[in-house]
Design a protein around this ligand. Structure first.
Ligand SMILES: Nc1ncnc2c1ncn2[C@@H]1O[C@H](COP(=O)(O)OP(=O)(O)OP(=O)(O)O)[C@@H](O)[C@H]1O
Ligand SMILES: [Mg+2]
Length: 277
Protein backbone atom coordinates (compact mmCIF):
# COMPACT_ATOMS: atom_id res chain seq x y z
CA UNK A 1 0.00 0.00 0.00
CA UNK A 2 2.78 2.40 0.97
CA UNK A 3 6.17 2.22 -0.59
CA UNK A 4 8.81 4.63 0.66
CA UNK A 5 11.90 4.53 -1.52
CA UNK A 6 15.18 6.26 -0.86
CA UNK A 7 13.40 9.14 0.81
CA UNK A 8 15.56 12.12 1.62
CA UNK A 9 14.48 15.49 2.93
CA UNK A 10 16.71 18.50 3.36
CA UNK A 11 15.22 21.71 4.72
CA UNK A 12 16.85 24.79 3.31
CA UNK A 13 16.26 28.44 3.99
CA UNK A 14 17.27 31.36 6.19
CA UNK A 15 20.91 30.36 5.72
CA UNK A 16 20.27 27.03 7.44
CA UNK A 17 20.47 23.58 5.93
CA UNK A 18 19.03 20.66 7.88
CA UNK A 19 19.17 17.14 6.57
CA UNK A 20 16.12 15.79 8.39
CA UNK A 21 15.96 12.42 6.63
CA UNK A 22 18.86 10.87 4.74
CA UNK A 23 17.70 7.69 3.09
CA UNK A 24 14.56 5.84 4.16
CA UNK A 25 13.23 2.76 2.46
CA UNK A 26 10.39 0.62 3.77
CA UNK A 27 6.97 -0.63 2.78
CA UNK A 28 3.65 -0.98 4.56
CA UNK A 29 1.28 -3.63 3.24
CA UNK A 30 -2.44 -2.97 2.78
CA UNK A 31 -4.21 -3.47 6.09
CA UNK A 32 -1.01 -3.47 8.10
CA UNK A 33 -0.44 -1.56 11.34
CA UNK A 34 3.15 -0.38 11.52
CA UNK A 35 4.70 1.70 14.29
CA UNK A 36 7.68 3.96 13.80
CA UNK A 37 9.95 4.86 16.68
CA UNK A 38 13.12 6.87 16.76
CA UNK A 39 14.92 9.53 18.77
CA UNK A 40 13.45 13.01 19.01
CA UNK A 41 14.39 15.13 16.02
CA UNK A 42 15.27 12.15 13.81
CA UNK A 43 12.71 13.15 11.21
CA UNK A 44 9.57 11.18 12.01
CA UNK A 45 7.22 14.09 11.44
CA UNK A 46 9.13 15.03 8.30
CA UNK A 47 8.71 11.49 7.02
CA UNK A 48 4.94 11.49 7.65
CA UNK A 49 4.57 14.85 5.94
CA UNK A 50 6.36 13.46 2.89
CA UNK A 51 4.21 10.32 2.94
CA UNK A 52 1.05 12.45 3.07
CA UNK A 53 2.17 14.69 0.23
CA UNK A 54 2.32 17.79 2.43
CA UNK A 55 6.05 18.10 1.83
CA UNK A 56 7.98 17.30 -1.28
CA UNK A 57 10.96 14.98 -0.75
CA UNK A 58 14.39 16.25 -1.76
CA UNK A 59 15.11 12.84 -3.27
CA UNK A 60 13.38 9.50 -3.45
CA UNK A 61 9.67 8.93 -3.63
CA UNK A 62 6.56 7.70 -1.88
CA UNK A 63 4.14 5.42 -3.69
CA UNK A 64 0.58 4.89 -2.51
CA UNK A 65 -0.99 1.80 -4.04
CA UNK A 66 1.60 2.07 -6.81
CA UNK A 67 0.99 5.76 -7.55
CA UNK A 68 3.52 8.43 -6.75
CA UNK A 69 2.32 10.79 -4.03
CA UNK A 70 2.47 14.40 -5.20
CA UNK A 71 -0.01 16.10 -2.89
CA UNK A 72 -2.45 14.97 -0.20
CA UNK A 73 -4.11 11.86 -1.67
CA UNK A 74 -7.80 11.16 -1.14
CA UNK A 75 -8.39 8.29 1.25
CA UNK A 76 -5.59 9.32 3.59
CA UNK A 77 -6.06 10.94 6.97
CA UNK A 78 -3.42 12.49 9.20
CA UNK A 79 -3.54 13.04 12.95
CA UNK A 80 -0.93 15.69 13.63
CA UNK A 81 1.44 15.89 16.55
CA UNK A 82 0.56 19.55 17.08
CA UNK A 83 -3.07 19.10 17.96
CA UNK A 84 -3.33 22.68 19.17
CA UNK A 85 -2.76 23.93 15.66
CA UNK A 86 -4.71 21.30 13.80
CA UNK A 87 -8.25 22.35 14.75
CA UNK A 88 -9.96 25.53 13.58
CA UNK A 89 -10.68 27.63 16.66
CA UNK A 90 -13.62 29.43 15.10
CA UNK A 91 -15.45 26.20 14.26
CA UNK A 92 -17.28 24.07 16.78
CA UNK A 93 -16.01 20.57 17.46
CA UNK A 94 -18.70 18.95 15.32
CA UNK A 95 -17.92 21.28 12.42
CA UNK A 96 -14.22 20.55 12.71
CA UNK A 97 -14.90 16.83 12.48
CA UNK A 98 -17.32 17.30 9.59
CA UNK A 99 -15.12 19.55 7.50
CA UNK A 100 -13.10 16.91 5.60
CA UNK A 101 -16.31 14.95 4.92
CA UNK A 102 -17.53 17.80 2.76
CA UNK A 103 -15.00 16.71 0.16
CA UNK A 104 -16.78 13.39 -0.05
CA UNK A 105 -20.02 12.76 -1.84
CA UNK A 106 -22.18 12.15 1.23
CA UNK A 107 -25.62 13.24 2.29
CA UNK A 108 -25.90 15.68 5.14
CA UNK A 109 -27.56 13.01 7.26
CA UNK A 110 -24.74 10.54 6.62
CA UNK A 111 -22.15 13.19 7.51
CA UNK A 112 -23.99 13.85 10.75
CA UNK A 113 -23.97 10.16 11.54
CA UNK A 114 -20.26 9.81 10.89
CA UNK A 115 -19.48 12.84 13.05
CA UNK A 116 -21.62 11.57 15.92
CA UNK A 117 -20.13 8.06 15.72
CA UNK A 118 -16.57 9.33 15.61
CA UNK A 119 -17.06 11.69 18.55
CA UNK A 120 -18.76 8.94 20.54
CA UNK A 121 -15.91 6.53 19.84
CA UNK A 122 -13.39 8.93 21.41
CA UNK A 123 -15.69 9.63 24.35
CA UNK A 124 -16.70 13.13 23.27
CA UNK A 125 -20.33 12.65 22.30
CA UNK A 126 -21.27 15.69 24.39
CA UNK A 127 -18.65 18.04 23.01
CA UNK A 128 -19.96 18.58 19.45
CA UNK A 129 -21.21 22.08 20.23
CA UNK A 130 -18.11 23.29 22.07
CA UNK A 131 -15.23 25.24 20.58
CA UNK A 132 -11.83 23.53 20.60
CA UNK A 133 -10.37 26.15 22.94
CA UNK A 134 -13.01 25.27 25.52
CA UNK A 135 -11.56 21.75 25.76
CA UNK A 136 -8.47 20.42 27.49
CA UNK A 137 -5.40 19.50 25.44
CA UNK A 138 -6.18 15.79 25.59
CA UNK A 139 -9.77 16.40 24.52
CA UNK A 140 -8.60 18.50 21.58
CA UNK A 141 -6.36 15.67 20.48
CA UNK A 142 -9.31 13.29 20.69
CA UNK A 143 -11.26 15.64 18.44
CA UNK A 144 -8.41 15.47 15.93
CA UNK A 145 -8.56 11.68 16.14
CA UNK A 146 -12.34 11.72 15.69
CA UNK A 147 -11.92 13.89 12.59
CA UNK A 148 -9.58 11.33 11.07
CA UNK A 149 -11.90 8.42 11.96
CA UNK A 150 -15.02 10.10 10.61
CA UNK A 151 -13.29 10.46 7.26
CA UNK A 152 -13.11 6.66 7.01
CA UNK A 153 -9.63 6.68 5.53
CA UNK A 154 -7.93 3.76 3.83
CA UNK A 155 -4.60 4.93 5.17
CA UNK A 156 -4.26 6.58 8.55
CA UNK A 157 -1.08 8.43 9.51
CA UNK A 158 -0.73 9.25 13.19
CA UNK A 159 2.06 11.39 14.59
CA UNK A 160 2.43 10.82 18.33
CA UNK A 161 -1.32 11.20 18.66
CA UNK A 162 -1.54 10.27 22.33
CA UNK A 163 1.39 12.22 23.68
CA UNK A 164 -0.84 14.76 25.41
CA UNK A 165 -3.54 12.54 26.89
CA UNK A 166 -3.56 10.97 30.33
CA UNK A 167 -2.50 7.35 30.77
CA UNK A 168 -6.04 6.01 31.17
CA UNK A 169 -7.36 7.73 28.05
CA UNK A 170 -4.24 6.74 26.23
CA UNK A 171 -4.81 3.06 26.94
CA UNK A 172 -8.41 3.41 25.74
CA UNK A 173 -7.39 5.20 22.56
CA UNK A 174 -4.72 2.60 21.84
CA UNK A 175 -7.38 -0.08 22.04
CA UNK A 176 -9.66 2.05 19.89
CA UNK A 177 -7.02 2.29 17.17
CA UNK A 178 -6.45 -1.45 17.26
CA UNK A 179 -10.19 -2.16 17.22
CA UNK A 180 -10.78 0.18 14.26
CA UNK A 181 -7.83 -1.24 12.43
CA UNK A 182 -9.11 -4.78 12.89
CA UNK A 183 -12.72 -3.94 12.03
CA UNK A 184 -12.10 -1.73 9.05
CA UNK A 185 -8.92 -3.18 7.62
CA UNK A 186 -7.31 0.23 7.32
CA UNK A 187 -3.58 0.68 6.85
CA UNK A 188 -2.01 2.51 9.77
CA UNK A 189 1.39 4.13 10.09
CA UNK A 190 1.77 5.22 13.68
CA UNK A 191 4.65 7.33 14.98
CA UNK A 192 5.35 7.28 18.68
CA UNK A 193 8.08 8.05 21.19
CA UNK A 194 6.70 5.39 23.45
CA UNK A 195 8.34 2.01 22.94
CA UNK A 196 5.72 0.06 24.90
CA UNK A 197 3.03 1.70 22.83
CA UNK A 198 4.81 0.77 19.60
CA UNK A 199 5.08 -2.88 20.63
CA UNK A 200 1.54 -3.02 22.02
CA UNK A 201 0.00 -1.53 18.88
CA UNK A 202 2.11 -2.67 16.00
CA UNK A 203 2.33 -5.74 13.84
CA UNK A 204 5.74 -4.39 13.00
CA UNK A 205 7.96 -1.76 14.56
CA UNK A 206 10.36 0.23 12.42
CA UNK A 207 13.20 1.76 14.41
CA UNK A 208 14.81 4.84 12.90
CA UNK A 209 18.37 5.92 13.59
CA UNK A 210 19.31 9.31 14.94
CA UNK A 211 19.96 11.98 12.34
CA UNK A 212 21.17 11.43 9.56
CA UNK A 213 18.15 9.20 9.54
CA UNK A 214 17.95 5.74 8.04
CA UNK A 215 15.94 2.65 8.97
CA UNK A 216 17.84 0.97 11.77
CA UNK A 217 15.69 -2.09 12.18
CA UNK A 218 12.36 -3.59 11.19
CA UNK A 219 10.95 -5.87 13.83
CA UNK A 220 7.96 -8.18 13.53
CA UNK A 221 5.84 -8.12 16.67
CA UNK A 222 4.94 -11.77 17.08
CA UNK A 223 2.30 -11.23 19.74
CA UNK A 224 -1.19 -12.62 19.15
CA UNK A 225 -3.62 -10.29 17.35
CA UNK A 226 -6.12 -10.20 20.18
CA UNK A 227 -4.27 -7.88 22.56
CA UNK A 228 -5.45 -6.29 25.74
CA UNK A 229 -3.91 -3.87 28.15
CA UNK A 230 -3.89 -6.24 31.09
CA UNK A 231 -2.53 -9.44 29.65
CA UNK A 232 -0.45 -8.36 26.69
CA UNK A 233 1.65 -5.91 28.67
CA UNK A 234 2.67 -8.53 31.22
CA UNK A 235 3.39 -11.29 28.69
CA UNK A 236 7.05 -12.39 28.72
CA UNK A 237 7.28 -11.95 24.95
CA UNK A 238 6.03 -8.37 25.26
CA UNK A 239 8.82 -7.67 27.74
CA UNK A 240 11.42 -9.20 25.43
CA UNK A 241 10.26 -7.18 22.46
CA UNK A 242 10.04 -3.88 24.28
CA UNK A 243 13.47 -4.45 25.84
CA UNK A 244 14.89 -5.13 22.41
CA UNK A 245 13.31 -2.02 20.87
CA UNK A 246 14.43 0.03 23.86
CA UNK A 247 18.01 -1.11 23.36
CA UNK A 248 17.78 -0.30 19.67
CA UNK A 249 16.52 3.21 20.32
CA UNK A 250 19.20 3.79 22.96
CA UNK A 251 21.85 2.51 20.58
CA UNK A 252 20.37 4.73 17.85
CA UNK A 253 20.84 7.74 20.09
CA UNK A 254 24.45 6.78 20.73
CA UNK A 255 24.96 5.83 17.10
CA UNK A 256 26.35 2.37 17.91
CA UNK A 257 26.09 -0.79 15.84
CA UNK A 258 23.07 -2.88 15.16
CA UNK A 259 22.30 -5.96 17.31
CA UNK A 260 20.05 -8.35 15.41
CA UNK A 261 16.88 -9.61 17.06
CA UNK A 262 17.79 -13.31 16.84
CA UNK A 263 20.90 -12.87 18.96
CA UNK A 264 19.34 -10.75 21.62
CA UNK A 265 16.03 -12.53 21.86
CA UNK A 266 16.26 -16.17 20.83
CA UNK A 267 13.40 -17.95 19.11
CA UNK A 268 10.12 -16.08 18.93
CA UNK A 269 7.45 -17.57 21.13
CA UNK A 270 3.88 -16.78 20.18
CA UNK A 271 1.02 -17.32 22.63
CA UNK A 272 -0.12 -20.34 20.66
CA UNK A 273 3.31 -21.95 20.50
CA UNK A 274 3.66 -25.27 22.31
CA UNK A 275 5.10 -25.01 25.82
CA UNK A 276 8.85 -25.64 26.09
CA UNK A 277 9.88 -29.19 27.08
N1 LIG B 1 10.11 23.37 8.54
C1 LIG B 1 11.36 23.10 8.93
N2 LIG B 1 12.40 23.87 8.54
C2 LIG B 1 13.66 23.58 8.91
N3 LIG B 1 14.02 22.51 9.63
C3 LIG B 1 13.03 21.69 10.05
C4 LIG B 1 11.65 21.94 9.72
N4 LIG B 1 10.89 20.96 10.27
C5 LIG B 1 11.75 20.14 10.91
N5 LIG B 1 13.05 20.57 10.78
C6 LIG B 1 14.24 19.91 11.31
O1 LIG B 1 14.28 18.59 10.80
C7 LIG B 1 14.71 17.68 11.82
C8 LIG B 1 13.66 16.60 12.01
O2 LIG B 1 12.47 17.19 12.55
P1 LIG B 1 11.14 16.37 12.77
O3 LIG B 1 10.12 17.28 13.33
O4 LIG B 1 10.79 15.64 11.51
O5 LIG B 1 11.63 15.30 13.87
P2 LIG B 1 10.79 14.29 14.77
O6 LIG B 1 11.47 12.97 14.69
O7 LIG B 1 9.35 14.33 14.40
O8 LIG B 1 10.99 14.90 16.23
P3 LIG B 1 10.02 14.74 17.53
O9 LIG B 1 10.18 13.32 17.98
O10 LIG B 1 10.62 15.69 18.51
O11 LIG B 1 8.64 15.08 17.11
C9 LIG B 1 14.99 18.53 13.05
O12 LIG B 1 16.36 18.79 13.08
C10 LIG B 1 14.20 19.80 12.81
O13 LIG B 1 14.83 20.91 13.40
MG1 LIG C 1 7.66 14.84 15.40
Amino acid sequence: MLDVRGLKKVYEGSGRRVEAVRDLTFTVAAGELVCLVGPSGCGKTTLLKCVSGLLEPTAGEVLLAGRRVAGPPPGMAFVFQEYGRSLFPWMRVGQNVELPLKRKDLSRARRGELVADALASVGLADAAGAYPWQLSGGMQQRVAIARALAYEPEVLLMDEPFAAVDAQTRAELEDLVRALWRERGITVLFVTHDIDEAVYLGQRVIVLSASPTVVREELRVDLPDGRDQLHTRVAPRFAELRTHVYEQVQAAKRGTAHAPLEKSLGEPRGADAPPPH
